[in-house]
Design a protein around this ligand. Structure first.
Ligand code: FES
Length: 63
């Protein structure tokens, strides 16, 4: 499914970029995808994707 229509970026492409270490925002995701936002409509969705990955990566598994 396309999340960013302007740049033809799919959810799986964005999720992969969002999961990389050091990615903290949609701007970082666009940089990893070697593009820039155009209309900006997708930015809130990408920010949410990044937040989900950051939360998942900071959870410590129970022992
Ligand atoms: S939909 Fe992503 S910049 Fe327009």
């Amino acid at each position: 499914m396309f999340v960013c229509i302007c740049n033809a970026l799919r959810d799986r492409d964005l999720a992969e970029a969002a999961a990389q270490p050091g990615v903290k925002s949609a701007a970082c995701v666009f940089k990893r995808c070697e593009t820039k936002p155009k209309c900006g409509n997708c930015v809130p969705d990408i920010d949410e994707m990044v937040a989900r990955h950051r939360t998942a990566n900071t959870l410590v598994p129970a022992e």
